[in-house]
Design a protein around this ligand. Sequence first.
Ligand code: CA
Length: 174
Amino acid sequence: MKKHILLIEDEAGLVMTLSDRLRSEGYSVDTAGDGESGLQRALQRDFDLIILDIMLPLRSGLDVCRDLRQRNKQTPVMMLTARGQLVDKVVGLKIGADDYLTKPFEMIELLARVEALLRRAPAGSAAEAPAGEIYRFGNISVDLRQSRVLRGDEVIDLSALEFRLLRYLSNIAA
Ligand code: CA
């Protein structure tokens, strides 16, 4: 059975490239060019995966993701973030995104992550919901109690100030 992907992205060129490629891989693709229509589309039907840009007209990708989770929509979400926006990633994980990809990305990496997310059981995102104060996002985990950020098993150095900022931002995103 064809997997249905919803692509919410406002860059027309990227929408065309991505949807062509995903269709050629056998997926069925719907697109929305702003956060508002993307949210409506995502609520109307059950997609297998949502690829969600953060910087969108009308409603940001972070808002769309948070609204979906608040309405108990557990569709896997892969966020597209701008380079270096660690704060977006942390806020994204806090509000329930399943993975993220930093722009610009290689198509082959996007396809690999799409496959990985689709392979997870439908209950996967719920099963991986944050326990206590540890949040996971792709291979990044953030331990707010121990003030540690890990990529895989490797500790990422963040200054105390950066960590406090992340903690503050993740609290206000809740
Ligand atoms: Ca955008």
